[in-house]
Design a protein around this ligand. Structure first.
Ligand SMILES: [Zn+2]
Length: 457
């Protein structure tokens, strides 16, 4: 590494769990790095087979050529459906079986392939090198994988890559929609920490809120909107924001610092598309638009609803909650299996709420202090809007591909507290009896004010 970038500083704080090699021409070092990790045996390259090119030609071919000459190597192609790769049980099992015998696994691709590689290398107990081909998500540099389990998106512990290799020449030539999606994933920093803080303060998260897992990303994020910097500087800012984001998630041991309401919204869109066999946009593209919505939700909850002025006694698990959870998922999966899976998660969350009474009392006893912090962590929706626009990334549902209709956006908003066990602001609004159409109208209108027709055009 030629200079000490913020990325390198942050990686050293992760205690050497993962080595980061990020620089122009980094791919030239791959052979030696692989030989260091596993001096002999077969090198298995895992790729989604989607053609990727850069100034050095075909990316997959360049990675294969970078393995030391004479070293046995083999390429495993991840099976994909009509809408790309889905990390369901069948895909994970098939690739693990195909890669058996590897002395080292090298993944080549964007976030999905990288997440798969972590699971496969963990199962095979072999070293892992992740060659990141796009600045599309923050999940490369962390020990977690987003998988599909029984049709539902689940974040599971997997493992760190031993080496994350980011060749700036490859990332710079990635398709622009991938880079724009990376900006979308990055802007979650302006709302997700508020959800995490809230969950911790209410005793609904195993950890404690710690600025170490948020501040490094918040400090870097304004560089995304810096109109005066060169294209190369802005790309390096994006790589830094995403890589530091992955590292802080990894250090925290949970995606929660950078994954709140906006990520739930994106997961809900993915799950409904998956169930219908339909296409959905990239994770980061959806998260970017949803981050505007999430910031709007926080603003409405704190300013109009003043939800934390309530007393703990005003918050109660709705009597018809199970019915509501099943009803929300029924159109997506009439078999009821997805409803079962999601109800289990929501039920666990609400049981935990029941057991968290002392922390909840304490929270409301010091509500002013907490609300001040929450206001600081949940930014004005104008911040994500400005960053997304600076990169030409989607900032409305209609700009997603395929476009998300106003009806679907409203449904996804209504569904997001009903999918998993992690508490966000949306759950508090459910418990307060405020999670209804009137609230959705105000949230969508607030987002519209920030961006101009986020939901409707
Ligand atoms: Zn994300």
């Amino acid at each position: 590494m030629t200079s000490l970038s913020p990325t390198e500083r942050a990686s050293s704080s992760s205690g050497g769990a993962m080595r980061l090699v990020a620089e122009p021409g980094a791919l030239r070092r791959l052979g030696a790095l692989v030989d260091e990790l596993a001096p002999s045996g077969e090198v298995v390259l895992v790729t989604d087979g989607v053609p990727k090119t850069f100034s050095g030609g075909d990316v997959d071919a360049a990675v294969a050529a970078a393995v030391s000459p004479g070293r046995p190597r083999r390429t495993v192609r991840v099976p994909s459906g009509s809408h790309g790769v889905t990390l369901d049980e069948a895909t994970v099992d098939a690739v693990t079986a195909d890669a058996t015998g590897a002395a080292v696994v090298v993944t080549v691709g964007s976030g999905t392939v990288s997440d798969l590689g972590k699971v496969v290398a963990a199962a095979l107990e072999v070293p892992l090198v992740a060659v990141q081909t796009a600045a599309s998500v923050n999940g490369f540099a962390d020990p977690l994988s987003v998988l599909v389990r029984k049709g539902a998106k689940r974040t599971v512990p997997s493992r760190w890559p031993d080496i994350l290799l980011i060749d700036h020449d490859i990332v710079a030539d990635a398709p622009s929609e991938l880079t724009r999606a990376g900006v979308g994933d990055a802007v979650a920093i302006w709302s997700s920490p508020a959800d995490w803080y809230l969950a911790c303060a209410l005793g609904m998260d195993d950890g404690r809120y710690d600025g170490r897992f948020v501040d490094p990303v918040r400090d870097l994020a304004p560089r995304l909107s810096d109109a005066s910097s060169t294209a190369a500087d802005r790309l390096s800012a994006l790589v830094d924001v995403l890589t530091v984001g992955g590292l802080v998630i990894g250090d925290a041991g949970t995606t929660a610092p950078l994954s709140g309401v906006e990520h739930l919204f994106s997961h809900v869109l993915d799950m409904s598309a998956l169930a219908e066999g339909a296409a959905h946009d990239l994770h980061g593209a959806q998260v970017g638009v949803a981050s505007i919505l999430s910031a709007a939700l926080w603003d409405v909850a704190l300013t109009d609803e003043r939800v934390f002025d309530l007393d703990p006694d005003d918050l109660a698990v709705p009597a018809d909650l199970e019915e509501r959870v099943r009803a929300v998922w029924h159109p997506v999966d009439p078999s009821g299996a997805l409803g079962d899976e999601c109800w289990r998660a929501v039920d666990a969350k609400m049981r935990r709420w029941g057991a968290a009474a002392p922390a909840i009392e304490d929270f409301f006893g010091r509500r002013n202090e907490h609300v001040t912090t929450l206001r600081a962590l949940a930014a004005d929706p104008a911040l994500p809007v400005a960053a997304l626009r600076a990169w030409g990334a989607p900032s409305t549902f209609a700009q997603l591909r395929p476009a998300v209709s106003a009806e679907r956006a409203r449904w996804a908003l209504s569904a997001l507290p009903f999918m998993r066990d992690r508490l966000t602001l949306a759950d508090v609004l459910v418990l307060a009896g405020r999670w209804d159409d009137g609230l959705f109208d105000r949230v969508l209108a607030r987002a519209d004010r920030a961006v101009g027709s986020v939901a409707t055009s």
